[in-house]
Design a protein around this ligand. Structure first.
Ligand code: B12
Ligand code: SF4
Length: 634
């Protein structure tokens, strides 16, 4: 019998990495940044007669009644809540469910209660064992890779199962592991300190497969592509030759350690292979902090000099920064601000230090009694972390962090960085990626929706920051503005504490909705409710209980839209009852509200699940039908 396997990548809560504003408003026809490469790799390890489907909830809805024998759900820590919701939902309905991915690899014990099988670690050897056991009817509860996988045994991922055209950048992995030993890092816990790599033939096959699928942007998702420099150089020579023989069709990006800057040959090869950007964990400009956290590879020379040297090869630098190290004080915010401004790094992913389970940092803070019990420990870019800082208070750290982002993503902050990058940038590897028509469209959207929407001041900063005397650098400067405004949009929406004004406006709109649909409420065909929890966004709930007409939906639509626009409220829509003629009206309402989908929670009763398809990549589809509760955020 053919086994049907459904693999799901759960929806991410929004983060800086979502680049939501850029994807929704500026870049044509894309839904997310990167595809789930782990699932495509897993699919390639299945027996050839298995029927496999991959669903990425970040670009498409999850099916509620799929035709499947096994459902595998992956996830990073940030996806844990949705991952377990999906596992619970499918398991309750009789499917055999398997948990895997980054977080299950790090903390398999958390998944044992919610999955039939947990797969922890790299899958190249253990997944084929699971497949055999499953076919024989005796799958185990836990498969754990405890040894090392030779990456030469890793298959070409099933790129054909990914809808690559929906992502800005495809992914490919060459190595796993990193030789360094930063105290906070879980990579070396999961993948070890001895880098392992694929053969060049494997890389060639993967590139061929991506080329056939017309992919142009490729992210080498290695933890540190230059973990072994000699091997990295071989790869880069191979890529250079590949690009030469295929018309330089790929634009590459990757993660690498800062010691890249001290190797001129490496930098030259990066350029020749067409690497347009590199993501570097800079973490802090303070040498003492870098030493304390064992990031010694960043202490070989002044960090600013290193960044500028990479720029001089025309390669863009994206970077990660961390706030909250033991040596950090209130003065650190200014130090970080100045460094990021002067370095010109636009995509500056600043996170709060967070102790990930099983890392040396976690163990140390635990011993020192500084961990905060039950605190969220999966997403380091939210306004909170799981430990008590040493030389500032917790609240000061959160406040300083918020202000740092606000300063960096002010119009002036974005412009300063564009200028400071352009000054040191050699002839960019990046020349743009769109046809003249698309370029015109993107520029028009950036101007109307981004620049002019920010008023004269932003227009002034935008125009003054562009490298008019070096037109070759313009495409990168434009990309920087798009990235900068996307990150600013995230800060504006997420780094705010709901205030009194939100509550007052939510109350006003609630009263307006109540008046407008009074008759339906009195007939028991609908019910509405507003809650104003202290320090959190107002929560509005509407429940559809009976037969409703077009007038009801049109009266609600405009008011709910205003509520969402003018406040940071969440809206929970519970559909107990609906009839076919209402579906059209309901869908129109949803279409109208779609742009606020990340704040809309939808629950539908079991009976209606056949008739109503909710796009869970747009809205938060509640898998468990809520009897009374108002939904909370993902
Ligand atoms: C590419 C990448 C991204 C991409 C997106 C990837 C995507 N769409 O899935 C981007 C840049 C968007 C990203 C963002 C983030 N990321 Co990230 N990312 C990575 C990276 C570098 C590579 C992942 C990858 O593709 N690996 C290659 C594939 C082949 O391997 P794999 O995913 O490890 O999967 C293997 C196994 O886990 C298993 N497997 C995978 N899925 C499944 C499913 C089942 C059912 C089974 C059985 C097995 C299985 O098979 C694979 C082969 O062995 C990893 C680092 C790493 N080395 O894993 C970090 C990593 C996964 N990211 C991490 C984090 C923290 C984040 C962010 C939260 C950072 C932040 N604070 O903003 C954000 C969150 C995303 C968001 N909200 O949008 C952490 C996760 C920690 C954890 N243990 O959960 C990692 C491990 C890096 C780190 N230590 O900091 N990330
Ligand atoms: S360089 Fe990066 S991947 Fe390597 S140990 Fe440090 S944080 Fe981890």
């Amino acid at each position: 019998m053919t086994i049907r396997l459904l693999l799901i990548n759960p929806k991410f809560g929004e983060s800086f990495w979502s680049f939501k504003w850029a994807i929704e408003e500026i870049v044509p026809n894309k839904r997310a940044v990167n595809p789930p490469l782990g699932l495509a790799t897993l699919a390639a390890l299945c027996p050839p007669d298995w029927k496999i489907e991959i669903i990425d909830e970040n670009i498409e809805p999850v099916p509620l009644q799929p035709l499947a024998d096994i459902i595998g759900v992956c996830g990073m820590g940030v996806q844990f809540k949705r991952q377990t919701e999906l596992l619970n939902y499918y398991r309750k309905r009789g499917y055999f469910v398997v948990a895997g991915g980054s977080y299950a690899s790090l903390c398999p014990e958390l998944f044992e209660p919610v999955a039939d099988t947990v797969v922890s670690g790299e899958v190249e050897y253990i997944w084929p064992r699971f497949c055999g056991d499953f076919e024989r009817g005796s799958p185990l509860a836990l498969y754990r890779e405890t040894g090392t996988v030779a990456l030469s045994d890793s298959p070409t991922p099933r790129f054909d199962l990914l809808k690559l055209e929906k992502y800005t950048t495809a992914t490919l992995q060459f190595t796993r592991g990193c030789p360094f030993r930063c105290e906070f890092c879980d990579i070396i816990v999961m993948f070890g300190r001895r880098p392992r790599w694929k053969t060049l033939e494997q890389v060639g096959r993967e590139l061929d497969a991506l080329r056939v699928r017309k992919v142009r942007n490729v992210f080498f998702v290695d933890d540190n592509l230059i973990g072994n420099k000699a091997v990295a150089k071989d790869l880069l020579r191979f890529l250079r030759a590949y690009q030469e023989s295929h018309g330089y069709r790929f634009r590459f990006g990757t993660e690498a350690s800062l010691n890249l800057a001290q190797d001129a040959e490496l930098l030259k090869l990066f350029r020749e292979a067409n690497f347009i950007w590199v993501f570097i964990g800079i973490e802090s400009p303070d040498p003492q902090t870098l030493k304390d956290t064992l990031k010694i590879q960043n202490t070989q020379e002044d960090v600013l000099t290193s960044v500028r040297r990479i720029y001089s090869y025309g390669i863009d630098v994206l970077a990660g920064f961390i706030i909250g190290f033991d040596n950090d004080t209130l003065a650190t915010f200014e130090l970080q601000y100045r460094f990021i401004r002067d370095s010109g790094i636009q995509v500056a992913m600043i996170g709060l230090l967070m102790a990930l389970p099983k890392t040396p940092l976690y163990k140390r803070l635990q011993n020192e009694g500084r961990l905060i019990a039950d605190a969220e420990n999966t997403d380091n870019t939210k306004l909170g972390t799981n430990f008590i800082p040493k030389r500032m208070s917790y609240d000061e750290m959160i406040e300083g962090y918020t202000l740092l982002y606000r300063r960096l993503f002010s119009d002036r902050g974005i412009a300063d960085r564009v200028r400071n990058k352009m000054k040191y940038l050699g002839e960019p590897v990046y020349h743009g990626e769109y046809s003249p028509r698309e370029q015109f469209g993107i520029l028009a959207k950036l101007l109307t929706k981004g620049v002019l929407a920010g008023g004269w001041s932003r227009l002034f900063h935008f125009v003054c920051s562009l490298p008019w005397s070096a037109p070759g650098k313009l495409p990168l400067a434009i990309v920087d503005w798009i990235d900068g405004l996307a990150m600013r949009d995230y800060v504006d929406r997420h780094f705010v504490q709901p205030g009194v004004r939100d509550s007052a406006a939510a109350k006003r709109w609630f009263a307006s909705i109540e008046r407008a649909v009074k008759i339906y409420l009195s007939q028991g065909k609908a019910s509405i409710e507003l809650r104003l929890p202290a320090g959190a966004a107002p929560r509005f709930q509407i429940r559809l209980l009976g037969s409703l007409d077009r007038i009801f939906f049109s009266r609600c639509a405009r008011r709910i839209e205003r509520l969402l626009k003018q406040t940071c409220s969440t809206v929970t829509l519970i559909i107990d009852e609906t009839q076919r003629p209402q579906l059209h009206e309901l869908n129109r309402l949803l279409q109208r509200l779609a742009r606020y989908g990340d704040r809309i929670f939808i629950g539908i009763s079991e009976r209606l699940r056949d008739a109503l398809v909710i796009d869970s990549s747009v809205f938060n589809l509640m898998l468990e039908y809520p009897q009374h509760n108002i939904g909370t955020s993902l």
